[in-house]
Design a protein around this ligand. Structure first.
Ligand SMILES: [Zn+2]
Length: 579
């Protein structure tokens, strides 16, 4: 980190001696010319990348980039412009077939959730009951007797050839000596006899409040649990250990690196999960930089929430370039099915969603958090939630005084109108935008919100037209290809509901900028990440297609040839950056 700071210092300072505010040392530095190279004396490069084009994200297009340690130290518009910096230890990567730009920085993703999911049996891939139960049996063979077998929750019987749930007898046959809990979505599960035994459920156990323990016609258990019965059993099924989660953070983050991601802003972590992150960081398992949001749950009283924040004993910005605390995360309303809307749900006219926080209490919590040095990101999906959030944030600023950009952040803001957008921009509240939510859930939105609202979900063109600060991300609990997201921001195409609101598409260059510079600004790191320039950290990707010149259809499935994070290669399957 010190070497990187020195580089930045060398770039920006013309004075011979400067005081390092952080360590109090006086550093004697050479004068450097205001050109695209640091320091003035030729420096040994670790990497010299010669590409078809290097998009700086600030308007310049280069042909060559020099990397030393964790930083970019030189750039040139000429393919041979940095040849004098090559030494015997420099790796010269001749990648004239690739276009290079800063690695993607995801403004809102759930790496913890994706990592935890990776430890579960992936029955969402099963296409028959037999395949489903074989996966469970294989998982049981791999662990000691009585260990719980937990499946991923994203499966559905409609994807199984038999179009029915697996039953208790089938799960008993697959894993007689292991409790099996196969949750399907949030409110339903199938289990085996060992799971019911482990949860203390006997023939006499009544249905729990708000739940049902399914029975067959003869009164025996069917294995199907609903509502409260799911939670009753799940309470006995342990989550992954701290070490297991740390390992999974490593392997899952590698899957993101393979898709060109250099930084993830983790959108929800608890103090326990922070420990797993620190373990993964300490063992250099993280393949992406992580900026963490710490959860402040709405189930707490105002006093409890404030004492939780005080108890964190830190504030935004703690950490290093790999793992840093971004701020706090609050959730104001639900998802597609619980978003707080101005107009009711089209499929349920009595319902207009719910708010999790009482605005006055939320204002008190947020104002105290800001005074303690915290940034805050709040999930607000519906237009009523966005309006309430603006009320709260504006009230906070009235108490605290003006705040730097990206201190109070709107997460999602899927539904907005021009008045709400104007308010957010005027007050300087940035928005993290996730096109993949529309890509994935457009069919559900059409059912619940109707076609008019669905077509104007996340209108990037409208936000940009009024000068909003935006940062692009995904918010999907699985590795999501950033280039599919770029394609979606351009085309407004979705997974299974066609094109929604084509007029709100933006161009690919702007999409890339929101996904690099935008997130760097969100993370208060625009001086060190988000663009290709001397002194910036060497987070780079190389792709076989230039998105700014390609037709949109060629972008959707594109994956990188390499990903580099801080001068460290995190993905390079064809060894393009190797000797
Ligand atoms: Zn989220």
């Amino acid at each position: 980190m010190f070497a990187r700071e020195l580089t930045v210092v060398q770039q920006h300072c013309q004075s011979e001696a400067i005081k390092s505010a952080r360590n109090g040392l006086w550093l004697l530095l050479p004068e450097v010319p205001p050109v695209s190279r640091v320091p003035a004396e030729p420096m040994r490069l670790d990497y010299l990348i010669k590409a078809r084009a290097v998009h700086s994200m600030t308007g310049d297009i280069f042909r060559s980039v020099g990397v030393h340690g964790a930083a970019i130290v030189a750039v040139s518009p000429e393919i041979g412009g940095l040849d004098d910096m090559v030494s015997s230890s420099t790796l010269v990567a001749e990648v004239g077939d690739l276009t290079v730009w800063p690695a993607f920085a995801d403004s809102h993703e759930h790496l913890v959730e994706a990592s935890r999911n990776s430890l579960l049996v992936p029955v969402d891939r099963a296409r028959s009951v037999a395949e489903f139960t074989r996966m469970v049996a294989d998982a049981a063979k791999a662990v000691p007797e009585n260990d719980w077998i937990l499946t991923s929750i994203g499966w559905h019987e409609s994807n199984l050839a038999e179009n029915r749930l697996p039953n208790l007898a089938e799960l008993d046959a697959a894993a007689p000596d292991h409790p099996v809990l196969a949750r399907r979505g949030g409110h339903l599960a199938v289990v085996n006899s060992a799971a019911l035994r482990a949860a203390g459920i006997s023939a006499e156990t009544p249905d729990p409040p708000g739940g049902k323990i399914g029975r067959l016609a003869d009164g025996s258990w069917s294995g199907v649990l609903e509502g409260g019965a799911v939670y009753k059993v799940a309470a006995f099924a342990p989550g992954p250990s701290r070490a297991e989660l740390a390992g999974a953070l490593g392997t899952t983050s590698a899957a993101y690196a393979a898709l060109g991601v250099g930084t993830i802003r983790e959108a929800m972590a608890t103090a326990d999960e922070l420990l797993s992150y620190q373990d993964a960081w300490e063992h250099e398992q993280l393949q992406v930089r992580v900026r963490l949001m710490m959860r402040v749950g709405s189930e707490q009283s105002t006093d409890e929430a404030i004492s939780l924040i005080r108890g964190l004993g830190a504030r935004s910005g703690l950490g290093d370039d790999w793992l840093r605390i971004w701020g706090l995360k609050l959730v104001l309303d639900g998802g597609v099915e619980g978003a707080a809307l101005d107009e009711p749900y089209v499929n349920d006219p009595a319902n207009s969603g719910h708010l999790n926080w009482e605005p006055a209490a939320m204002t008190q919590v947020c104002a105290e958090a800001v005074r303690l040095g915290w940034r805050i990101g709040t999930h607000a999906v519906g237009d009523r939630a966005l309006r309430t959030l603006l009320d709260v944030y504006e009230a906070v600023v009235r108490q605290t005084g003006p705040l730097p950009p990206w201190t109070l952040v709107i997460e999602h803001g899927l539904l907005s109108d021009s008045a709400l957008r104007d308010r957010a921009v005027r007050a300087g509240f940035g928005v993290t935008v996730q096109y993949p939510i529309l890509w994935n859930m457009a069919s559900e939105m059409l059912n619940t919100w109707g076609p008019e609202r669905t077509s104007r979900v996340t209108p990037l063109d409208q936000w940009l037209a009024v000068g909003a600060d935006l940062a692009a991300g995904t918010d999907i609990v699985r590795p999501f290809n950033p280039m599919t997201n770029v394609w979606g921001m351009v085309t407004r195409g979705t997974k299974s509901a066609g094109v929604q609101g084509a007029e709100h598409g933006i161009d690919a260059a702007t999409a890339l900028r929101l996904y690099t510079m935008g997130t760097a600004a969100l993370n208060h790191e625009q001086d060190r990440l988000g663009s290709v320039a001397p002194g910036k950290l060497a987070d780079l990707v190389g792709y076989p297609v230039d998105p700014t010149a390609a037709v949109a259809a060629d972008l959707a499935d594109l994956t990188p040839a390499f990903t580099m994070v801080g001068g460290r290669i995190t993905y390079d399957p064809a060894k393009r950056l190797a000797r």
